[in-house]
Design a protein around this ligand. Sequence first.
Ligand SMILES: [Ca+2]
Ligand SMILES: [Ca+2]
Ligand SMILES: [Ca+2]
Ligand SMILES: [Ca+2]
Length: 266
Amino acid sequence: MKTNTPMMLCIRSISVSCSLLFVQVAVANNMPQPLPFVQDWSNTGLITTENDWSAVPGMMGYRGDRLAGKPGVNPQTVTTDGASTPENVIANQKSPNSLRTGGVVEFDGIPDPTVALKGSATAAAPSLVLNLNTTGKQNIAVGYNLRDIDGSVNNAVQPVAFQYRVQTNASYVDIPGAFVPDASTGPGLATEATHRVVILPVEANNQPLVQVRWITCNAEGHDEWIGVDDIAVIGDDIAKPSAAIEEAAPAKQSKPLRAGKDPSAN
Ligand SMILES: [Ca+2]
Ligand SMILES: [Ca+2]
Ligand SMILES: [Ca+2]
Ligand SMILES: [Ca+2]
């Protein structure tokens, strides 16, 4: 994982202040979002109905049925598109310790609301996908917190991988430096928060659509809920030609006009 101190500071600043910051985001779950982008799930009205992501800017959850063939698969190795598996979110939940159904869930009745992932026999590899528009941007940095919000007796090895792709008909590309082998602690613990800042590969620069996703897999034994929270994405503007070059260019273009009719030649 490549980190950059000013960028990390900037991401943290965005994360901390996102509830105060006005960021123009286009609404609709499949619309690529411009940068900077933030999502901390504090707006509990974005998700109100089962499996309905339509009001969540740029994001979608998939249950990942059959993407992993057995328990304990490393999600880094699952790179196939999950969009053919059920669109999934269990809305308006408040009890991570007792919600047994796996998949993608909105916990909006806990002190710090979040969307969370948990594998199960059915939800073999649940994922959360974010559509980004990086046009004019480079050094795309994605910051987030993986939160163990599950204080039940469960104590799984709950891995979370982070992946991206530029072409939606291609497989995802895993970013090894972002991998968290076990984002949980337990039993009876729900305090672990794993912070990551990931710089996307240069292939993600200046693209009308880049998809990133967080993905886990059905762990051995009873899985734990892992929140994907405090998401912030920023990028640097791609440098434009210097002012000197921009000034020189119109001067060259104006020569033929001046040759035909020069207003200063009276
Ligand atoms: Ca939150
Ligand atoms: Ca809600
Ligand atoms: Ca736990
Ligand atoms: Ca399991």
